[in-house]
Design a binder for this molecule. Structure first.
Ligand code: OSB
Ligand code: MG
Length: 368
């Protein structure tokens, strides 16, 4: 399949609820979408880089620059027989994983539409419903958090993840356990602690959590291996696993019990699948993380969540958890049993609503 033209669409979209983590608060998302024209089908991808370099060094602006100046030059006008070939060519650019992922996604959507197969089947998915959890940001006070969790449980979410940071941790977990008993619960620190916080971390360890996600530094593997020996709660890594090399090192160092896989963070669908397979070989379960995606990025998360070694509920919630209106049809909805259906149509399996996108578009760049 030949890559003929790439369109970058920068849209702005308001989140239903502001999302606060230990690294900042997001109210409005600027989202870079990629529309790729090939000699066959057209495909869509989503770049999860944020507005500022807080979760990772990438931003939507660095992604636009790197795609325009470097990545597009490596792939435009070229023929790729499969996604692996496209991915390999883009390896020449170091880093910029979120930019690469958006291009991989757009190619893969077009490619699987051309083959007339659903994305999840093409990737080796084994289930047509995935377990959906919800990631709840830091709130202004505990009663607000309890109310929000309560409404998510009413909607049918079966697993709750809360964001924590020093000062919003032990007290909060105590209230949640008092209010909701032994619901499946986990925490995500987004690298807000150090080994000096060992006393707090040991208290967090007493709440029978499914896992504690990225407690220590975003680049660290070694200190997580030390911490892991001190806690009974499984350690899940997010930020620290940037590619297959980090995943190998984390496993060898015994730094990790569970891996959160986000395609944008690890450089694409090929890399996500490789990490999934490596973890499986080593008896480490994975789940699919989210970055507050629209329905376009979400469709890739849902497909990845259908892979066999996805052993935990995913941060892949229904469209309505993020947006008043999604930009795909049908939207992703939560079933009563806390699952989300995996689309069974060709490619991403949902229709991209271009008229809605047009209304949200701040900037459009054509590269050919
Ligand atoms: O650490 O998992 C994270 C959102 C933005 C940046 C980092 C993270 C998150 C989430 C959101 O937790 C998960 C979702 O998309 O529902
Ligand atoms: Mg995380």
């Amino acid at each position: 399949m030949i890559v003929k033209k790439i369109e970058l669409l920068l849209i702005s979209k308001k989140l239903k609820h502001p999302f606060k983590t230990s690294f900042g608060t997001t109210y409005n998302r600027k989202i870079l979408l990629v529309k790729m024209f090939t000699d066959g089908e057209v495909g869509w991808g989503e770049c999860v880089a944020g507005e500022g370099p807080w979760y990772s060094y990438e931003t939507y602006e660095t992604a636009m620059l790197v795609i325009r100046k470097y990545l597009s030059k490596l792939i435009l006008g070229k023929n790729f027989d499969n996604l692996g070939e496209l991915s390999l060519v883009m390896d020449r650019v170091r880093g910029h994983n979120m930019a690469k992922t958006a291009l991989e996604e757009a190619f893969l959507d077009a490619y699987t539409k051309q083959l007339n197969v659903p994305l999840y089947k093409h990737l080796g998915g084994v289930r047509n419903k995935i377990k959906s959890g919800v990631s709840v940001g830091i709130q202004k006070d505990i009663p607000s958090l309890i109310n929000l969790i309560s409404s998510y449980l009413d909607e049918g979410y079966k697993r709750i993840k809360i964001k924590i940071e020093p000062g919003w941790d032990v007290n909060v977990l105590k209230s949640i356990r008092e209010e909701f008993g032994d619901i499946p619960l986990q925490v995500d620190a987004n690298a807000a602690y150090t080994l000096k916080d060992i006393n707090t971390l040991k208290q967090i360890d007493n709440f029978n959590l499914l896992m504690i996600e990225q407690p220590l530094h975003y680049n660290d593997l070694y200190e997580h291996s030390l911490l892991r020996r001190e806690l009974k709660t499984p350690i899940c890594l997010d930020e620290s696993i940037k590619d297959i090399y980090c995943a190998e090192a984390a496993i060898a160092l015994k730094s990790v019990d569970i891996i959160n896989i986000k395609p944008g963070r690890v450089g694409g669908i090929v890399s996500a699948k490789a990490i999934h397979d490596l973890a499986e070989k080593n008896g480490i379960g994975v789940w699919i993380g989210g970055m507050l995606e629209t329905g376009i990025g979400r469709s890739f998360l849902v497909a990845l969540a259908s892979l066999p070694n996805v052993k935990y509920p995913n941060d892949v919630s229904a469209s309505s958890r993020y947006w008043d209106e999604d930009i795909v049809e049908p939207e992703f909805v939560l079933n009563k049993d806390g699952t989300i259906d995996v689309p069974s149509g060709p490619g991403i399996g949902v229709n991209v609503l271009e008229d809605k996108i047009e209304k949200l578009t701040l900037k459009k760049i054509e590269i050919s």
